[in-house]
Design a protein around this ligand. Structure first.
Ligand code: NAD
Length: 360
């Protein structure tokens, strides 16, 4: 089968980690008889340099017409690069927002996996980590407090600011469906996180997730208040499978979840909408401090490609194969500098890609 992938290398380490990810995808293609075709487009600083804008309409259209989008990272050194003297809507990161909006991506999925071989990188105590953890945070991306009406004004000489948190039942239903669908491919447990003891929007969130749950009798639904969830993530992260939550809670909890895995170069992410077309990218940025030095860890991007195979293309065993190959390479002691520890074998970006490809 042929899959059309729009590839956006971006800036900084983006082109290096994308090159390694394509190596791994091509190896999967050879082994399982799929054909991945790539159309490269520019975004971020690279697009500003070429066209004066961080994302052209042409690039967005190419992305829209493909089966999925694979992104490296965008952005430069904020203190030094000329890109940051431009108005905010013309800076590199504006390309990313335009792409998410243009593809109508309302679901963000961020896995938090603690690989056995990297347990020492986890900032939590060994007795808390136990056998490790493997859960995903599913965050609503286009509604809630960040998109509601807001204003700042003065009343009787006092400055006031208002933000509004709005969700309608359709917005909640469509993301809840993604959470249950994803749980079905995992351990079949959804924990919906809200603040239903205080917020009306959370009470509606709870009602609608319960309605959706009726269509998924094989998946267990539980509810947790967001303040408790923030505690449970550092007290007993192994209890979670799929965490479903709204935009602002998800913003905070997904960062907390990333931190407890201990290594930014290992964190993948996916954004999805109403169709199978998704945007797959590492959670980290363009790391200009190590760009072009063969030092970047390509694993987050390679894991993002595995998510693309699983969620956009339905290629479950191919996705498993990539994840297992990464585990094997780590078990054999190979490390890029960001996850290096004593007694392990230091390798560069390109070698790490070769090793993962060879394990497939
Ligand atoms: P960053 O994630 O790029 O880097 C933070 C630190 O982590 C740096 O020391 C970097 O060397 C290291 N690091 C990041 N990814 C790594 C990898 N794969 N392997 C090894 N080390 C890695 O964050 P930052 O420095 O705050 O931002 C740099 C630029 O990236 C900025 O322009 C920022 O706006 C942009 N950014 C882009 C995205 C995106 O494209 N989605 C996300 C975050 C930041």
């Amino acid at each position: 089968m042929e899959y059309k992938i729009t590839v956006i290398p971006g800036d900084g380490i983006g082109p290096e980690i994308i090159a390694e990810t394509k190596k791994v995808l091509n190896q999967i293609g050879r082994k399982y008889h799929h054909h991945f075709s790539y159309t490269e487009v520019l975004m971020g600083g690279a697009s500003i340099d070429a066209y004066g804008v961080p994302l052209t309409e042409d690039a967005l259209n190419i992305a829209r017409q493909s089966d999925s989008v694979l992104l490296g990272a965008v952005g430069g050194n904020v203190g030094q690069s000329n890109w940051y003297s431009l108005p905010p809507h013309l800076r590199p990161e504006a390309g990313l927002l335009a792409l998410r909006k243009g593809l109508n991506l309302f679901t963000n999925i961020r896995p938090a996996i603690l690989f056995d071989a990297l347990k020492e990188a986890c900032p939590l105590k060994q007795e808390i980590v136990g056998d490790g953890f493997d859960f995903v945070v599913i965050r609503e991306l286009t509604g809630g407090l960040y998109f509601g009406e807001r204003k700042t004004f003065e009343e009787n000489g006092i400055r006031k600011a208002i933000d509004t948190l709005v969700y309608d039942e359709n917005e909640i239903r469509r993301i809840a469906r993604w959470a249950f669908e994803i749980a079905r491919k995992r351990k079949k447990r959804v924990c919906s996180v809200d603040k239903a003891n205080v917020l009306d929007s959370s009470r509606l969130w709870r009602q609608v997730t319960e309605e959706v749950a009726r269509d998924y009798p094989d998946v267990e639904l539980s509810h947790m208040l967001v303040d408790n969830c923030a505690m449970q993530l550092v007290k007993n992260p192994g209890q979670f499978d799929v965490i479903l939550t709204e935009n602002m809670f998800g913003d905070i909890l997904s960062d907390e979840a990333s931190m407890i895995t201990g290594s930014i170069g290992m964190l993948s992410s996916a954004s999805l909408g109403d169709t199978k077309l998704g945007l797959y990218e590492p959670s980290h940025g363009s790391a200009p401090d190590i760009a072009g030095q063969d030092k970047a860890n390509p694993i987050a991007t390679i894991l993002s490609a595995a998510m693309m195979l699983r969620y956009s293309f339905g290629l479950e065993k191919e996705a498993d194969a990539i994840e297992n190959a990464i585990k094997k390479v780590l078990d054999k002691g190979y490390r890029t500098q960001d996850i290096m520890s004593e007694g392990k074998k230091l390798v560069g970006t390109s070698k790490m890609g070769d090793l993962i490809g060879a394990e497939l």
